[in-house]
Structures are given as structure tokens and as C-alpha cells.
Design a protein around this ligand. Sequence first.
Ligand SMILES: *Cc1c(COP(=O)(O)O)cnc(C)c1O
Length: 386
Amino acid sequence: MNNYCDFYTPEEWKKVLDFSENLETPCQIILSDVIRKNFIQLKNSLPYARIFYAVKANPAPEVIRMLNELGANFDVASVYELRRVLGLGVSPDRISYGNTIKKSEDIREFYEAGIRLYVSDSEADLRNIAKAAPGSKVFIRLLTEGVLTADWPLSRKFGCQADMIYDLLILAQKLGLEPYGISFHVGSQQRDIPAWQAAIAKVKNLYDALKNDAGITLKAINMGGGFPARYVEKNNPAEVYAAEITRYLHEDFGETLPEIIIEPGRSLVGDSGVLVTEVVLIARKSRTALERWVYTDAGLFNGMMETMNESIKYPLYTPKKGVSEKVIIAGPTCDSVDTMYENFQYELPLNLSIGDRLYWLSTGAYTSSYCSVEFNGFPPMKTYVI
Ligand SMILES: *Cc1c(COP(=O)(O)O)cnc(C)c1O
């Protein structure tokens, strides 16, 4: 239903096919050159921003190593990610602890490793940071409302309202921390660019209020991630996002911008990946059923978690040609949650057979990192970075 050439060059596609030909499925093939290209393009389109790669999107060691060499910084979510990133030679001054939900002993481990950049959104966490990581820089995270326009929203659970941000930044100073700035995340795969405009305007108001009423001059804005990868549904190219966001920043902050941080995950690694799967079974539920069920060896528990509620619609490619009809696509496990697409109109050829390969395109982000360890005994899929 999708053609690979909408996403990859013929050379890239040949590399994927050649490399995966004799591999066991499901597996993930990552084209490292695509990540390199995405990183350089992002850097050029937002030259004033420091890029912190959100490690959770794809924590493959080869990906971290390459981005480290390209000069990226890293936003990590746990001590486990921290140990991996440090173990690969990333220097602690290029790491931030962006998860607002953390144990006190974990903050201590970060501090002892040399990390001095933290994000918080609650008083209890802020007090923990002040104790376990004294003197560090803190961002307070703003609650955003990207729920309706982001395909994978991250709001509600994270961030706090503007008046609380104001209080917490004052408290941070009292506790001996450095009130460094305000962070937000407009929701992952955010297709509505004005979502950034609304968040930046709120940040500007807070900047002014803190300066005028509390004498605190903030230094930075952390705009999080949210930049989209290319999937089935259309979105604006990265350059359009960059140009618009730059315009919003200058409208509010004038010529000289504060330090700007971004934390892209999906947009850096999403379109670098191909998930190679095999058809396990094709079935109809009655003699007259119009729709076939196509079961593949990858599902929600081994790579395709973001198909939950059909949120992310990955492009699907089959080398088989011929008359196609609507199918329901499900994973291999004994759980009916493990059904990827029932409502969205995926079509596959009538001559598709058991054992045929299916390729999910643009699956470099939030796939391998979302695999269960052994649900139904299935191991997490392997990642190959080429
Ligand atoms: C997940 C996450 C990101 C990455 O978001 P994308 O939408 O994948 O770019 C960035 N920052 C924080 C704090 C996150 O939790």
C-alpha cells in the first residue's frame, strides 16, 4: 500500500534488503546515514539550539556513539540509560536528566556522575534535587495542551501550571539551585506547529514575571521534542517547523534569544528504521467474512507499541503486487490488545501468503525500546545498525 521509494532511495532500500535477506524476523534495520543526515539538517535549520537527543527513542549503542561523535548532547530518562550513555564515552556535561519522575537515590547517582542539568515539575522532586544534586541547574516543565493534535501526546502526566512554575523557580533559588529555565514538550509527533507558539508565549510571560516581580533572570528555554517523523499521514517538512519556531521565538524574545535547547527523539531516528516482519497466518473469521486477518511476527509487545489506539500509522510495504483488499493486522501473541490496525484502511494483496515478508517503514523510533522482555516467550527483536 505504500511504496518504499516514498521513504528511501533505491540504494538505501537495496542495503536494507541485502542485509536482512537471511536474518530471522522480526528485526529492525537502522540506516545510520539517515540519522546522520537528520541530525545535520536539524542543526543547520536551528543553528542557535543545543540538541539533546532523547535516548529513549532508540538507545542502540551504535546510534548513541554516532550522535556523540556528531556533537550531540543527550537527554536521559533513568540511571540505566545514564550508565549506558556514560559507558559509551559521553561526557557528563553533555547529559541532562529530563525525567520529572525520579527516585532520590537516582538523582544522587546522576550527581555523582557529574550531571548538573535537571528537569522538575513538582515541589517534592525539586527538594530531592536540591538535596541530592546541590547547586545544579533546573528547568521547571510547563504543562502543555497538545493532546488533540499530537499523535502520541505527553501532556497531563508531565509539567505544571504557570503559577506553580513561578513558585517552583523561586523555591529553586531558595534551595540553592540555579533556576535555569522553563521546559515544555508539545506532544510527540506534533503535527500542529502553532502548538509551539502557544507554549513559547506562556514561557515569555513567565520570564517577564520572574524578572520583574522576583528578580530572577532565567537563562534558557528547553523546547523538548515533538518534531514529527514521516509516517502515513502528511506533515510539514522539518525546515518549515524550524522556520516557524524561530519566528515565534523572535516575536516574543526579540533579537537576542535565551539559550535554546531541543530534545528531539522521533524526528532524528524515526525514518532511519525498517522493521522486517513475516506473515505468520492469514485467516477469515467466517465463510462470508470480507476482511482477512493478517497476523505478523511483530506486534504491540515486540516493536509496535505505538500502534496502540492506532496512534502511529506506519507505512507498510510488501513486495507482492496484485489486487489488494482491506485487512486487519495483528501481532503474534495470545492477547487481543496485540492488534495493530483494525479501523485504519490498510490493504494487502490477495495473493499475500504465509511466510511472506512485510516491511514496516519509518520504524526507527520507539520500537526496539518498547519491546517486552518475554511476553509469551517472544524475545525482544534484534536491532542492526548499518
Ligand atoms: C520523549 C521525550 C522527548 C522526545 O520526544 P520526541 O517527540 O520523540 O521528539 C524529549 N524530551 C522529553 C522530556 C521526553 O520525555
